[in-house]
Design a protein around this ligand. Structure first.
Ligand code: GLV
Length: 326
C-alpha cells in the first residue's frame, strides 16, 4: 500500500496524544469517535514511555520534543500503529525513512504557523540589531546611568539588506515584513527559485547581507550549514537570526564569533541540543535568546494542535490528509 495514500478506513481507533493540547484541538479525533490516550504530560515522553505506549495504539499525535525513532515506529508497527501526526511543521524528530519502510503514514502542520514564526523572526531581527537584550540586562542590573549619545548603539534595520537562507513559506512571510521596513531582500536556497533576489552561493549571500535569517528544515544537508567558514564570510557588522532548527548552526562556532566580535549580534529561538544551550551563548552579550517560541501564540498553537489531530483523523478514516509528509 503506498505510504502516502494509505486508505486505512478505521472506524474506531486508539490514538496516543503525547502532550496536552490546547482546547478544541482534539475535536477532529473526538468527532470521529476515536479513543484517546492522554498521559497528560506537559513535556516530552521518554523513549521508554513511547516504546511502551505505542504498542497499544493505531495513531500518535506528537510534538517536536518527542523522538519518534525507528525503534518506536517498529514497536508500534509490529502491533497496529498506522499514523503519526506531529503538531509542528518540522519533522526531523521523526525517522521518516523508517516510517515509510514500515508503512506508517506521517503528517505535519505546515501553513498555520508561518505568520507567527515570521513575526518572531522579525522580532529577533529587531532585537539583535538594536541589542535590546544587552540594554535591558543593564537596566535591570542597575547599570544604566541615563541616556548617552554613545551608549547602547545598535544598527539600523530599515534600509538594511536581509539575506534569507531557505525561501519557503516562513521565509516569504519574513520577506513581506522586510518590505515594510524598506529592506533589500535577497535569498538563497538549494534550487534556483528564478525569483528576484536569488543568490546561488550561500557564502555570497552571507557576505552581502546585513542580517541573515535562517529558514531551512533540518536534514543531513543542512546540519551545521552555518559553521566557522560561513560565519567568517559574514561581515563584522552583520547579524544572524535562527528560528529554524538549532543544529543548522554550529553553536560553539557562533559563540566564538560573538565573543571575538566577528559578527555584530545574533537572535536565536532554537538550539543544537534543546533544552540545553551552549554555555558560551548563555554568557555572550549581543545575543537575544528565546526558548523555541516561534509559533507560541494562543491562536497558532490551537491551530497547530487541531491540524495535527485532523491529519491523524483523516488518515485513520482513509481520507487524504491536508499535510502528508512524503
Ligand atoms: C516549530 O519549530 C515547528 O516545527 O513547528
Amino acid at each position: 500500500m503506498p505510504y502516502d495514500q494509505a486508505p486505512y478506513g478505521l472506524e474506531m481507533a486508539t490514538v496516543l496524544i503525547t502532550q496536552r493540547l490546547l482546547e478544541g484541538s482534539l475535536e477532529p479525533l473526538e468527532t470521529d469517535g476515536h479513543e484517546l490516550i492522554q498521559p497528560g504530560q506537559s513535556g516530552p515522553m521518554s523513549e521508554d514511555e513511547l516504546l511502551d505506549a505505542v504498542r497499544r495504539v493505531d495513531g500518535v499525535v506528537c510534538t517536536l520534543t518527542d523522538r519518534i525513532t525507528a525503534a518506536v515506529l517498529e514497536a508500534g508497527a509490529r502491533e497496529r500503529l498506522k499514523v503519526v501526526g506531529t503538531a509542528s511543521v518540522g519533522f526531523d524528530h521523526i525517522d521518516v525513512a523508517a516510517a515509510k519502510r514500515l508503512g506508517v503514514a506521517v503528517c505535519n502542520t505546515p501553513g498555520v504557523l508561518d505568520e507567527s514564526t515570521a513575526d518572531l523572526a522579525f522580532f529577533l531581527i529587531l532585537a539583535a540589531a538594536r541589542r535590546t537584550s544587552d540594554s535591558e540586562a543593564d537596566l535591570r542590573a542597575g547599570a544604566w546611568t541615563g541616556p548617552t549619545l554613545a551608549g547602547h548603539l545598535g544598527v539600523d534595520v530599515h534600509g538594511a539588506t536581509l539575506g534569507l537562507v531557505g525561501f519557503g513559506r516562513i521565509a516569504r512571510q519574513v520577506a513581506r515584513r522586510a518590505e515594510g521596513f524598506g529592506m533589500r531582500v535577497l535569498h538563497h536556497s538549494r534550487r534556483d527559485t528564478g525569483e528576484a533576489g536569488y543568490v546561488g552561493v550561500l557564502e555570497d549571500l552571507l557576505a552581502l547581507a546585513d542580517i541573515v535569517s535562517l529558514h531551512v528544515p533540518l536534514d543531513t544537508s543542512t546540519r551545521h550549514l552555518i559553521g566557522p567558514a560561513q560565519l567568517a564570510a559574514m561581515r563584522p557588522s552583520s547579524i544572524l537570526v535562527n528560528t529554524a532548527r538549532g543544529p543548522v548552526v554550529d553553536e560553539a562556532a557562533l559563540a566564538d564569533a560573538l565573543e571575538a566580535g566577528r559578527i555584530f549580534g545574533a537572535g536565536l529561538d532554537v538550539y543544537e541540543n534543546e533544552p540545553a544551550v551552549d554555555p558560551g551563548l548563555l554568557a555572550a552579550r549581543h545575543v537575544t535568546l528565546l526558548p523555541h517560541v516561534g509559533s507560541a501564540t494562543l491562536a497558532t498553537r490551537k491551530a497547530i494542535g487541531r491540524l495535527a489531530c485532523q491529519g491523524v483523523a483523516d488518515l485513520l478514516a482513509g481520507r487524504a490528509p491536508g499535510a502528508p509528509v512524503t
